[in-house]
Design a protein around this ligand. Structure first.
Ligand SMILES: Nc1ncnc2c1ncn2[C@@H]1O[C@H](COP(=O)(O)OP(=O)(O)OP(=O)(O)O)[C@@H](O)[C@H]1O
Ligand SMILES: [Mg+2]
Length: 423
């Protein structure tokens, strides 16, 4: 049995004629209803606001505020608008009855009162109201269930997506690592062989006759031997630099691909940011400047793979935002770190600031909701920040966002400084 069934329904009766009030009250009380009389429109509104009735019987013609006005005011008040209103009208006044519906009334009862009719209409509307309330409750339950489902689904999508990406990244890192190693070993070998060949040449030179030496020098001129000698170390330099960059990428991929779930890695957030910037380089290198401003920060305890995901999402959003800007002076992103104290705890803080279009104040509370996106289909699904928020909470930290008008957006990750004994 629910609340409404336990307590008898309360009915507010509004009529300026005392005889009508007591007659209707009597009829309703006899049937076990709680009847509350109100002799004027103004008092009726007060009574309804004080304790919301389940139904109102409302006389149309009253001095001062008439029934239509009372009904209009009830319907304009969000808290009272759903109370069913039954107008009381004289039998002959057809126009009033029509208007009663127009003003938001649910029904009418006619004077002089027919007991059976009054009770039948009251009963019907109370039943209707109860059914409507049950429906509303079911709807709320359904909405909550849907929200839970959405959350569960997005968790699933996220973990499947990340697991698949992790496996892919680990595979790619492994596959690249092998050929990179052959190239590196071969380059070192080649460099050594060149040195040996050059020493053979220097060894032979004094052994040549004057004629042989002239022929050699002529040949060397033709092939621009001196330039070649100068270029060889530069060419090796380029090869080793390229190899070093490839190794950095592979290292970043491995960091990202760590599939262990543990939160026990001792982490310097700056290293994670550097690895992620290497991974995203192709997305920003040509047209966006990334500035780093690192202050010393304490190590934190966590999972490198998960924190890489957070940074990838935040930096991807910053890149998306900056890409929309036409003005080249706004095409930059800053990654900064500092130590801040909040609620007597030390936090390693990483800020990602961009000079994009920013986030309108009215949307800022929505951006962490799953599936909230302002991007076109195919560009975003609205899970990035939802994931970031969950992962940072998992690390006992929190995310803050600031977007002052015209100055882009700054997302700040706060992670508690690690206690020496924790990891
Ligand atoms: N740096 C930013 N500047 C401006 N708006 C942003 C920024 N970061 C997030 N937003 C807003 O928040 C919304 C939600 O971001 P979120 O990362 O959760 O989803 P998304 O980027 O749209 O899609 P995806 O699931 O691919 O990340 C974005 O669509 C955008 O409107
Ligand atoms: Mg995103």
């Amino acid at each position: 049995m629910d609340e409404h069934e336990r307590t008898p329904p309360s009915i507010l009766i509004v009529d300026d004629v005392a005889a009508n009030l007591s007659l209707l009250s009597g009829i309703l009380k006899n049937q076990g209803y709680r009847a509350r009389p109100a002799p004027s429109g103004a008092l009726a509104l007060q009574a309804a606001g004080y304790e919301k009735p389940d139904l109102i019987l409302l006389d149309i013609h009253m001095p001062g505020m008439d029934g239509f006005e009372v009904c209009r005011r009830l319907k304009a008040d969000k808290a009272l608008a759903d109370i069913p209103v039954l107008f009381i009208s004289a039998l002959s006044e057809t126009r009033d009855k029509v208007r009663a519906f127009g003003e938001g009334g649910q029904d009418y009862i006619t004077k002089p009162f027919q007991v059976e009719e009054v009770l039948a209409r009251v009963r019907t509307h109370l039943e209707l109201r109860r059914a409507q309330r049950t429906l509303e409750e079911r709807n709320t339950d359904l909405r909550e269930a849907l929200e839970h489902l959405k959350n569960a689904q997005s968790h699933l999508i996220v973990s499947e997506k990340m697991a698949a990406l992790g496996v892919l990244a680990a595979g790619v890192a492994h596959e690249i690592n092998n050929p990179v190693n052959f190239v590196k070993t071969s380059c070192h070998g080649l460099e050594k062989n060149f040195e040996d060949i050059l020493s053979v040449l220097s060894f032979c030179r004094p052994l040549l006759s004057a004629e042989g030496l002239a022929a050699l020098e002529d040949y060397q001129r033709r092939i621009d031997y001196d330039t070649m000698l100068r270029e060889i170390p530069q060419l090796f330099g380029h090869m080793f630099e390229g190899l070093q960059r490839t190794e950095e990428i592979v290292k970043s991929l491995r960091t990202f691909a760590r599939t262990d779930e543990s939160l026990g890695n001792r982490i310097d957030l700056r290293e994670v940011a550097d690895a992620v910037l290497v991974m995203l380089r192709s997305r920003y290198r040509k047209h966006i400047q990334v500035l780093k401003s690192y202050e010393d920060i304490p190590a934190i305890c966590g999972n490198t793979g998960k924190l890489s995901q957070v940074l990838i999402n935040l930096l991807s959003n910053a890149i998306d935002a900056v890409e929309e800007q036409q003005d080249p002076s706004r095409k930059h992103i800053t990654v900064a770190t500092e130590t801040l104290r909040r609620n007597e705890n030390d936090y390693a803080v990483l800020h990602i600031s961009d000079m994009g279009q920013g986030i309108p104040q009215e949307l800022i509370h929505k951006i962490f909701d799953p599936f909230f996106t302002t991007k076109s289909v195919g560009k975003g699904i609205g899970l990035g920040l939802f994931i970031c928020n969950n992962l940072i909470k998992e690390h006992h930290g929190f995310l803050e966002v600031a977007s002052p008008a015209g100055q882009g957006a700054t997302f700040s990750i706060f992670l508690p400084a690690s206690q020496e004994d924790r990891c």
